[in-house]
Write a protein that binds this ligand. Sequence first.
Ligand SMILES: Nc1nc2c(ncn2[C@@H]2O[C@H](COP(=O)(O)OP(=O)(O)OP(=O)(O)O)[C@@H](O)[C@H]2O)c(=O)[nH]1
Ligand SMILES: [Mg+2]
Length: 70
Amino acid sequence: MSISPADVPKLNVKLLLLGEANVGKSSLMLRYTDGSFYDNKITTIGIENKTMLLRLDGKQVQLQSTSRVS
Ligand SMILES: Nc1nc2c(ncn2[C@@H]2O[C@H](COP(=O)(O)OP(=O)(O)OP(=O)(O)O)[C@@H](O)[C@H]2O)c(=O)[nH]1
Ligand SMILES: [Mg+2]
């Protein structure tokens, strides 16, 4: 499958969410990237990554977010 130029992200943004344990970092990331919320008690071991494509001011943006305990 070929990728057209329109599919290539124009901006690559990396976001690092740091904070104390159990403050809601993973939930915030999941809410923004997936629109969902789960009241789970599973702590993140190490780091967690989510990637999403969005359009800002007509530009295609790839957002790569990472959360970890500070
Ligand atoms: N009521 C409520 N609960 C929330 C909210 N955000 C997160 N929680 C709950 O708080 C707890 C911790 O949320 P996480 O997103 O796992 O927090 P975290 O900072 O990633 O935690 P660690 O990975 O352990 O560092 C979970 O039980 C979530 O369901 C919120 O806005 N409202
Ligand atoms: Mg977490």
